[in-house]
Design a binder for this molecule. Structure first.
Ligand SMILES: Nc1ncnc2c1ncn2[C@@H]1O[C@H](COP(=O)(O)OP(=O)(O)OP(=O)(O)O)[C@@H](O)[C@H]1O
Length: 706
């Protein structure tokens, strides 16, 4: 059965927090064959309370179809006899999805899964007072935005009426926030915008419209976005909740580090050497940090010295603290004053990241490390009520964490002034500078009031930095910026055991189920290439009695946060995701990543598998390689695998050899090989501590970058 036939096969399963309902006869192909209408799901389908078993009994799962008319016990029997198909064995097979823990209706939260009952339902209505008070200030900050899945904020929703309702009008989940596209098939909150949702870089499809163009003022078609995210828990335990570093944390010290650029300050070896203020040191200790990671050892002194920085370090190795701590230290040292209520806030620091969930995570880290100081961090991101973002800002803002679209809207509405900006941080910088977000970032740095690059400190972090992006970055950075490379630039984390299986598209689902049945309740992220497929696979897995949820750009923000919360707390141990979840997300205990579909680029692969094996913990990644579509990745995959000291399958080497492109070194968006060094070609010298440091004696290309 082909992927195309899935929708015929899927019949109203039940997912714990999310129930995509597909009825073949309700689908209508649009011009692209991708527009479809979904039917309403009943309120019970959104009810997390009853047991999974009950849900399946009630949901018509066993309604005479052959997919799996068996109860959990039978399912478990089958799980115990399934073959493992190349998946590292040796573990007990789990009885997925039917343990009593799912019967408790455990409250999940967006906030790392530790708050009970602190969900948007509780907080939504009371926090909506005053909504709309900021509407009408149309900034006229018209921004075209490419059609990509990341942070495709309200714009998609606004323009989506043409496409019909893309989402079932779920009956309210009790939060009373029914005005957010819950109005059923005629609401026009649609915007299922494409069958193929590859993260489009440079597509040039400017279907996005800024809120400033009319978004919140409500005078264009499409419903208003009214979602107000629940506030994060305020208690200290929650703020400092963290997971343990893994057995390989100390091995970070053996990774080679290269610093290029002139006059780099020496690395520090301990937090004490950073000479941070007592409050910061207390917060670091409460966060459970006792030892610096390599990227922190090098980046903290560089940032403290006031230098611009481009830092590349493996996924999960602590890049967030590497920029937050020195920025906060500077702020404290400069004697920052508590910001107060003002209609126009002038933050000292702006941090941008490509996805809503990631920026929220960064905000939580900023809040954690600034705990007990007068520094106020604020987060704003798309998919939430603009008035809410504005209310957060006007209360005071020193560090603004934002997704690009929402940031530009807020600037356009003159709620944020840029004159005081001292630090501009681009997390996932290569993504922020590529053709998807690059134009907006350029607009940001040329906004009125934004200090020039000579007057601000610009910091860029990522696990991948393709050469062409490094070159683009020169426009944002002072010419004497430093480049820190921890290990191989763009290399995969070695704590992730990578397995590549040759699986044709018609066998993928069977293989997936086989693997998931063997992983039991272990947290697994399954990446697929399109939003539509994410829905299909999530639904399919639920039919297979695997408790699954999904996250992708066509889901409402509330649903995305709920899905992430359910995954974080273990309620749904499987999260089917598109690229929107590939970067940055730091979720405790993700043991597996499965690339059901390989991504189109090797960098994306590196980020995806980096959702596991974080902070010295080990993880596994299994990728389905379909020779009909993935051959372009064979060569870079072989390199990534061998650089990370993983086994390279012979068949993959053969494909790589047969598709060998002489001089293949990147530059293309498909299968590009990562940069091996700072593109300025700094000369490196190993030092005796296992790190290497280098001073670029002649940063040849600096001038041409400006
Ligand atoms: N020095 C440290 N000691 C203990 N834990 C740390 C330390 N530094 C960071 N961590 C923890 O490691 C985890 C990963 O950190 P972080 O999310 O910053 O990684 P990252 O390098 O930004 O990853 P990605 O490339 O995926 O964005 C987080 O849970 C963080 O709190």
């Amino acid at each position: 059965m082909g992927d195309e036939d899935w929708e015929a096969e899927i019949i109203k399963p039940h997912v714990s927090s999310y129930v995509p309902v597909f009825e073949k006869d309700r689908y209508s192909s649009g011009a692209n064959g991708d527009t479809f209408n979904r039917t309403h799901s009943s309120s019970s389908e959104m009810d997390d309370g009853p047991s999974r078993r009950d849900h399946f009994m009630r949901s018509g799962f066993a309604s005479g179809r052959s997919l799996g008319n068996r109860d959990a016990g039978e399912s478990n029997k089958r799980e115990n006899t399934s073959t493992m198909g190349g998946f590292g064995g040796g573990k007990g097979f789990g009885n997925r999805g039917f343990s009593s823990k799912f019967e408790e209706g455990d409250s999940s939260g967006f906030w790392r899964g530790y708050q009970a009952g602190n969900d948007s339902e509780a907080s939504g209505p009371s926090r909506r007072g005053g909504r709309g008070s900021f509407r009408g200030c149309r900034g006229g900050f018209g921004l075209g935005r490419p059609n990509n899945e990341f942070d495709q904020d309200e714009g998609m929703q606004r323009t989506s009426g043409l496409f019909g309702s893309r989402r079932p009008a779920l009956s309210g989940t009790g939060n009373g926030d029914t005005s957010q596209s819950r109005s059923g098939s005629g609401s026009g909150r649609g915007g299922y915008k494409g069958l193929n949702e590859e993260v489009i870089t440079g597509s040039g499809k400017n279907s996005w419209k800024s809120e400033a163009e009319g978004g919140e003022s409500g005078d264009i078609q499409g419903p208003k976005v009214t979602y107000i995210p629940p506030p994060p828990p305020e208690d200290e335990d929650s703020i400092f909740a963290h997971y343990q570093t893994g057995i390989n944390f100390d091995k970070y010290d053996t990774i080679l580090v290269e610093v290029s650029g002139h006059d780099a300050p020496p690395a520090i070896l301990t937090f004490e050497e950073a000479n941070l203020c007592q409050t910061l040191n207390n917060n670091i200790a409460k966060a459970g940090y006792t030892k610096l990671t390599p990227v922190q050892k090098y980046s903290i002194p560089i940032i403290l010295a006031g230098r611009d920085l481009m830092a590349c370090a493996q996924t999960g190795s602590g890049k967030t603290a590497a920029f937050l701590l020195p920025i906060l230290a500077h702020m404290m040292r400069d004697g920052i004053t508590a910001s107060r209520f003002k209609e126009l806030q002038e933050p000292e620091c702006i941090i941008v990241a490509p996805t809503r969930e990631l920026i929220n995570q960064i905000y939580l880290e900023a809040r954690k490390f600034s705990f007990g100081t007068c520094v106020r961090a604020v987060v704003i991101y798309g998919g939430t009520q603009l008035g809410h973002s504005i209310r957060q800002i006007v209360q005071g803002c020193n560090i603004l964490c934002a997704t690009p679209g929402r940031l530009m809207d807020i600037i356009g509405k003159e709620k944020i002034g840029l004159r005081q900006i001292k630090y501009l941080v681009l997390d996932e910088a290569d993504r922020m500078l590529d053709m998807g977000f690059g134009p907006e970032m350029k607009k940001l740095i040329s906004c009125p009031g934004m200090p020039s690059k000579e007057e601000r400190q610009t910091l860029m972090f990522s696990a991948t930095f393709p050469e062409e992006i490094q070159r683009l970055a020169g426009e944002f950075l002072k010419s004497n910026y430093l480049f820190v490379a921890v290990g191989q630039v763009g290399g995969a984390c070695r704590d992730v055991q990578q397995t590549i299986l040759q699986v044709g598209q018609y066998s993928k689902r069977e293989k997936l189920v086989e693997i998931l049945q063997n992983t039991g309740d272990e947290r697994t992220m399954v990446f697929v290439e399109t939003k539509k497929k994410a829905d299909f696979i999530a639904t399919f897995l639920c039919q297979e009695k695997i408790s699954t949820t999904s996250i992708h750009g066509d889901r409402e923000q509330r649903e995305r946060e709920q899905a992430l919360g359910d995954f974080r707390c273990g309620k749904c141990p499987v999260l089917v995701a598109t690229s929107v979840a590939a970067r940055g997300l730091d979720i405790e205990n993700v043991q597996h990543v499965i690339n059901f579909d390989l991504p189109s680029t090797i960098d994306e692969y590196v980020h995806r598998i980096g959702r596991t094996g974080r902070c010295g913990n080990t993880g596994r990644a299994i990728s389905f390689f379909d020779p009909d579509s993935d051959n372009h990745l064979a060569q870079p995959l072989v390199k990534v695998l061998s650089d990370a000291q993983q086994d390279v399958p012979g068949w993959l080497e053969e494909i790589a050899f047969s598709t060998y492109v002489p001089g293949f070194s990147g530059g293309s968006t498909r299968g590009n090989v990562f940069a091996s060094v700072d593109t300025r070609k700094g000369k490196s010298t190993l030092n005796t501590t296992g790190f290497s440091s280098s001073q670029a004696s002649n940063p040849v290309d600096d001038e041409s970058w400006d």
